[in-house]
Design a protein around this ligand. Structure first.
Ligand code: ATP
Ligand code: MG
Length: 446
């Protein structure tokens, strides 16, 4: 059963509805929800009615009830929406120890007898079928639990960032230029002009650091025309962004780590039933501080595992195999800092004493990258040089670069994939499980 614990009074309360999980013996109640299960044993029939709070049994003792009520109850198709008014009685054989004896029953919306998916999960469905019929799929306890947990994790992160002094902003998703390079851009036509779906709020959040806001965050969509379909890439993902003036990359990592811990703690504290539904006996909140390895230490460690066919050298990106080898050695979250400048974007600052090394970092889960961040380049001249080194035309980014001439404070920040967080937190095999309506190379609908 899923723990729905509203703290605000019920809104609407159609027909003064009582939630299934709140029904107690001795009450007169109206319950409403979906026909989860129907069992006709001859002289007696049972309906298990499900709503977001849980389930409740309705008993049809055929010779004690009006024929019309019995007929409606026994003719129901599974997943029809019904409302039942009656007396609640204790019954130890009922799944929740209580059942409703109906005095009235109304079918609010009948469901077709053949459904493409069985929400009770008794008949398992492949992921594509589930995604094609997401409404029915989310009626299933496990899928619903994932999205309740996702909502709780995002709530905790939003609150943590607000308490850390960030102002939540919303930046444009239709833009004139990309952020992360050309190949992953989705072009669109904007009143006859070429435009793109935004790959990241990176440049906009930096502009807001230069405004008086200083410290900002955003939770919103990013769009990436990824080259391949993989289990951890979406073409529309949710990015959690943070950016702050007057902090360095290590302080940005502190905030990042705090955010992740806040999400785990909130889920552990407030989603017990959902975790149980998903089969967690013991949901571990990371307790140790995350180690911070430099890129140089990271490649040394990977090479020492002997897992790779070819040794990594300075300048190589960490491949998926390298990430897995390191993840297995470390067995927990860790940061990789001080990456080679050449494999980090133009907006990351390099060390003045060693320009080959950048102040960029990634937060890694043993199975995948979760976050990328860094100290940003806030000085105009080196920023423009960075553009040129990366083969980008600084003039096209004039709206961005000019701000650096008007007083840009030193700043740092990061971006976090919400679906990667949920996927890694719950050990999901595919990132598509962590988003309601995934967009991938094949999937554009629903
Ligand atoms: P990867 O190397 O795993 O493809 P990236 O380095 O290209 O990721 P960034 O540009 O650093 O991604 O984006 C910051 C974060 O946003 C990533 O660490 C990840 O959590 C998330 N993210 C990026 N691209 C995607 C995507 N296509 N689908 C889901 N999440 C993504
Ligand atoms: Mg990255």
């Amino acid at each position: 059963m899923v723990s729905f614990k509203p703290t605000a009074p019920e809104i609407g309360g159609m027909q003064d509805r009582t939630h299934a999980a709140a029904v107690e013996p001795g009450q007169s109640v109206t319950v409403a929800g979906w026909a989860h299960e129907l069992r006709d044993l001859g002289g007696i029939a049972f309906l298990i009615l499900r709503d977001r709070s849980g389930k409740i049994q309705v008993k049809f003792a055929k010779d004690e009830l009006d024929d019309a009520i019995v007929e409606t109850g026994t003719d129901l198709t599974r997943e029809s929406v019904v409302s039942v008014t009656g007396e609640a009685e204790a019954e130890e054989r009922a799944p929740t120890g209580v059942e409703v004896v109906p005095e009235a029953i109304e079918v609010l919306a009948a469901a077709e007898p053949e459904l493409p998916l069985d929400p009770s999960g008794k008949v398992e469905a492949e992921l594509p079928t589930r995604l094609d019929n997401r409404t029915l799929d989310v009626r299933g306890e496990e899928t619903k639990a994932i999205f309740e947990i996702r909502a709780e994790a995002l709530r905790a992160i939003r609150e943590f960032l607000r308490e850390a002094g960030a102002t939540e902003i919303t930046t444009p998703k239709i833009v004139a230029t990309g952020t992360e390079g050309g190949t992953e851009l989705f072009p669109i036509t904007y009143f006859g002009r070429e435009a793109f779906m935004n790959q990241s709020p990176q440049l906009f959040k930096q502009l807001m650091v230069a405004s008086g806001l200083e410290r900002v965050c955003e939770i919103g969509p990013i769009f990436r025309a990824e080259e391949h379909n993989t289990p951890r890439h979406l073409n529309e993902a949710t990015s959690i962004d943070f950016e702050s003036a007057f902090i360095d990359h290590h302080e940005a990592m502190d905030v990042c780590e705090g955010t992740l811990r806040a999400a785990y703690e909130a889920v552990a504290a407030n989603c017990e039933a959902e975790l149980e539904t998903l089969g967690f006996e013991d949901f571990a909140v990371p307790d140790e501080e995350f180690p911070r390895l430099t890129y140089e230490e990271a490649i040394e460690q990977v090479n020492a595992t002997g897992e790779l066919d070819e040794q990594l050298v300075w300048g190589d990106d960490l491949s998926t195999e390298a990430e897995h080898a390191l993840g297995e050695a470390i067995e927990g979250h860790y940061f990789v800092t001080d990456w080679p400048s050449e494999i980090k974007p133009f907006y990351i600052q390099d060390y003045a004493e060693d320009p080959e090394v950048s102040k960029g970092f990634d937060l890694m889960h043993p199975r995948m990258e979760l976050v990328s961040g860094g100290q940003r380049e806030h000085r105009y001249e080196p920023l423009v040089e960075g553009f040129e080194r990366q083969g980008l035309d600084p003039e096209a980014f004039d709206y961005y670069t000019k701000t650096f001439k008007y007083g840009m404070p030193p700043h740092a920040g990061w971006a976090y994939g919400a679906e990667r967080l949920v996927m890694s937190m719950l050990g999901l095999a595919n990132i598509r499980e962590a988003v309601l309506f995934p967009r991938d190379r094949q999937r554009l609908s629903p």
